[in-house]
Design a protein around this ligand. Structure first.
Ligand code: SF4
Length: 353
C-alpha cells in the first residue's frame, strides 16, 4: 500500500472553483509544529511500508519560515517529501525574500515547479476567483525559470479553451516552459465541486484545440481519444460491464491522509476527510502506524460512500442520460460521483472540520 500525507503547511491564495480551499494565505502551521510533525511522521513511517511520503501543501511558499521546513523535510530517514512544486505564484511573488525562498528549495534538492493556466487572464482569474492571479502565475514562471528551475505548465482544460487557445499558445512560446501537460478536473465528493461544472470542458473545446496540441508537445489523437472516452456520452456503455458493489469492494492500493495546520491528522485527502486520527504531535508512533496500516485505501473516492447507500444501476443510467452528453471528466468514476450529486447520495465525509 502506498501512503501519502497531505501536509498543509499554509493556506492557498486562490479559491479555484473545482477545489474545496476557500482562499486566503492562512491558516499557517507554526514552524515548531511543522518541524515536530515532520519528525513524528518520520518515526511513524519507520513502521509503515517503504515509500511512504508526505507532500507539503497547499501553498508552502506562503510560510515565512519555509526554508527551515524544507530542510527538515529533506533530511528524514523513513519518509520522503513528495514535492509537486505547483504554485499559484501569488505567495512567492509578493515576498521580498523570493530569491532566498527558491534558493532554499534548490539547496534541499527541489528544482521542479509548475503553474496551472485556466485560459487567458480574465478567464483564469474567474476560475481561480482571484483578480490578478494570472499575472502572478506568469511572473512566477518567468522568475523560476530565471532562477534555473525546471518549469512546467499545466493546462487545466475548461470550456474557455476553445476561444483562448491562440493566446495561450503564444504565451507558452514566450515562457519557454520545460514541459506542458493537460489536466481535466476529476469530480471529487467535496461540497464546492459543483461550482466548476458550468466551466467544464465539452468535446467541442477539445476539438477546437486539436490544431495546437502537437505544437504544445502533445499527442493530439491520444488526447482527443481520452476526452471521448471520459465524456458522459460514453459512460453508459462502460456501465454495461460494471457491477457497482464489486467495484466498491475492490482493494485500493493508495491511502491518503491529511495533516491540517492545527496538527490534526485525518483519513482522506484534504477536503474529503472521513475520520480524525488525532493530534499528530501526541500520537505514539508504533500504535499510530498500526492504525494506519489497517486502514483501507481511498484513492478513487469510492471509500467516501457507503455501499448500502448506493443507488441501483437503472437509477444511475437514467441520471447519466439526463446530463449533458458532451461534458468531459478527468476519469470515468468522476461521472459516477457527479451522478450521485443529482441522486442526492450521502457521503461519509466529516461534515465540519
Ligand atoms: S486547486 Fe490548488 S491552487 Fe486552486 S485553490 Fe485549490 S489548492 Fe489552491
Amino acid at each position: 500500500m502506498d501512503i501519502n500525507v497531505d501536509f498543509l503547511v499554509s493556506g492557498c491564495n486562490t479559491q479555484c472553483r473545482h477545489c474545496y480551499v476557500n482562499g486566503g494565505p492562512g491558516p499557517l502551521m507554526q514552524t515548531d509544529d511543522a518541524l515536530a510533525c515532520i519528525e513524528k511522521l518520520d518515526q511513524i513511517a519507520a513502521f509503515l511500508p517503504k515509500g511512504t511520503s508526505f507532500t507539503l501543501d497547499h501553498e508552502p511558499m506562503n510560510h515565512p519560515e519555509i526554508g527551515k521546513i524544507l530542510y527538515a523535510a529533506s533530511h528524514t530517514k523513513h519518509i520522503t517529501n513528495y514535492h509537486h512544486g505547483m504554485t499559484t505564484g501569488l505567495g512567492l511573488m509578493s515576498r521580498s525574500d523570493k530569491e532566498a525562498v527558491i534558493q532554499s528549495y534548490l539547496e534541499n534538492g527541489y528544482n521542479e515547479f509548475g503553474i496551472t493556466l485556466h485560459g487567458v487572464s480574465s478567464h483564469h482569474d474567474e476560475i481561480v476567483n482571484r483578480k490578478g492571479a494570472f499575472d502572478k502565475a506568469i511572473a512566477a514562471a518567468r522568475f523560476l525559470s530565471k532562477m534555473g528551475c525546471w518549469v512546467q505548465i499545466s493546462l487545466m482544460v475548461n470550456r474557455f479553451f476553445a476561444e483562448d487557445a491562440d493566446q495561450v499558445s503564444r504565451l507558452i512560446d514566450d515562457i519557454k516552459a520545460d514541459d506542458i501537460y493537460f489536466a481535466i478536473p476529476i469530480f471529487t465528493p467535496h461540497a464546492n465541486m459543483m461550482r466548476f461544472e458550468p466551466y467544464r470542458a465539452t468535446l467541442e473545446a477539445f476539438e477546437a484545440i486539436r490544431r495546437y496540441l502537437s505544437k504544445w508537445g502533445q499527442d493530439a489523437e491520444e488526447i482527443l481519444e481520452r476526452a471521448q472516452q471520459n465524456s458522459v456520452g460514453r459512460a453508459e456503455e462502460k456501465l454495461q460491464n460494471i457491477e457497482l458493489h464489486s467495484l466498491w469492494k475492490k482493494k485500493q492500493d493508495t491511502l491518503y491522509l491529511s495533516l491540517h495546520q492545527d496538527c490534526m491528522l485525518y483519513v482522506g485527502n484534504s477536503g474529503v476527510e472521513t475520520q480524525v486520527l488525532g493530534d499528530l504531535r501526541k500520537l505514539e508512533p508504533e500504535m499510530a502506524a498500526e492504525v494506519i496500516r489497517n486502514l483501507p485505501g481511498n484513492s478513487d473516492y469510492s471509500a467516501f460512500y457507503d455501499i448500502e447507500n448506493l443507488p441501483g444501476m437503472e437509477n444511475i443510467r437514467e441520471t447519466i442520460k439526463a446530463l449533458p452528453q458532451d461534458l468531459v471528466y478527468g476519469d470515468f468514476p468522476s461521472i459516477l460521483y457527479r451522478t450521485f450529486v443529482s441522486l442526492d447520495i450521502p457521503t461519509k465525509l466529516l461534515s465540519r472540520i
